[in-house]
Design a protein around this ligand. Structure first.
Ligand code: NAD
Length: 289
């Protein structure tokens, strides 16, 4: 029997609706809308599209979009000054610096300068450390979206065998911490894993985030598994995931498509993170000296 196809667009739409309601409440409590600052440096066309989509999504749910577009020739120090200014700004609850940055900029130094309490991408070492230690904090958007998709499919990771393919700081590692936090037994595979198929076949929850088209074939999937395909690979056949969908759909219990699975979740979770950051700042402001 073919697997249930998890509809990322629908789940993302419901997250956005939830966020819209929270933004309304927060706006009343803060006396201003929550604000997300975006910083776009240089003229990379893909980055410009991503940032535009994020800004539009903010406006749709009532989050104020505060946009900065410094010239591509900006120096490291000038960009650091801008980040510090946003850290200090009372109207800015979240800061997103779109990557990649031009060659003269040390991206890590810029990301590390973001106030962790405004780090809506969850990419600072403090955010990563909090997540790894199971402490509250801002969690990278795509991994958080994956957890929402599992919840929407009625999959509770507790006690289950989960396997992640990929160990990046953006996806694999944060997903590891989230699944561990949800009490799964978690294994991470990567480019040096000896027998990928053998490990993947153990998975009741399989997360593919390797950036390799159709790396995960049907025979690597445990019957009935929930398969989340994070891969977005541009090929001659169009956008292709890391999972061979046509084969996997015959074996899995539930599976995300590409496109229309994980992709739509990322911006929805950015909005949710902005609300979380704004709420965190409200709590700080209200705390007795
Ligand atoms: P990355 O290149 O930083 O990391 C890839 C990881 O996969 C590495 O840890 C590597 O060890 C592992 N890997 C590579 N080849 C492998 C193989 N043959 N066997 C086992 N492991 C292998 O990539 P990333 O940033 O984590 O992104 C992964 C994929 O997810 C990409 O296709 C990316 O475009 C996509 N992505 C999608 C979204 C979204 O919103 N849908 C967000 C982030 C990333």
């Amino acid at each position: 029997m073919a697997a249930t196809v998890i509809d990322g667009k629908a789940v993302a739409a419901s997250v956005r609706e939830r966020v819209r309601g929270e933004v309304e409440e927060l706006t009343a409590e803060l006396g201003r809308p929550p604000g997300l600052a975006t910083v776009l440096v240089g003229d990379d066309p893909a980055s410009a599209i991503y940032v535009r989509r994020k800004r539009e999504a903010c406006e749709e749910v009532g989050i104020r979009s505060i946009h900065h577009e410094p010239d591509g020739s900006i120096s490291q120090d000038e960009l650091l000054d801008l980040v510090r200014e946003l850290n200090e700004s009372a109207e800015v609850d979240g800061i997103l610096v779109q990557l990649p940055l031009p060659d003269q900029i040390d991206s890590a130094a810029i990301v590390n300068a973001i106030d962790p309490d405004k780090d809506v991408d969850g990419l600072t070492p403090i955010s990563a450390g909090r997540l790894a230690r199971g402490e509250p904090g801002l969690v990278p958007c795509t991994p958080q979206g994956i957890m929402e998709l599992l919840a929407s499919a009625g999959v509770d990771p507790s006690g289950k065998e989960a396997v992640i393919v990929g160990r990046s700081n953006l996806v694999g590692r944060p997903v590891f911490s989230l699944l561990l936090g949800a009490n799964a037994t978690v294994t991470i595979c990567h480019s040096r894993t000896r027998d990928l198929g053998e490990v993947c076949r153990r998975a009741e929850i399989l997360i593919a985030a390797a950036g390799q088209p159709k790396l995960v074939t049907g025979d690597m999937i445990r019957p009935g598994a929930t398969v989340i395909d994070v891969g977005t690979n541009r090929t001659d056949d169009g956008l292709v995931g890391d999972v061979d969908f046509d084969a996997a759909v015959e074996v899995a219990g539930a599976i995300t498509p590409v496109p229309g699975g994980v992709g739509p979740m990322t911006i929805a979770m950015l909005l949710a993170n902005t609300v979380q950051a704004a709420r965190g700042r409200l709590t700080v402001a209200a705390a007795p000296g």
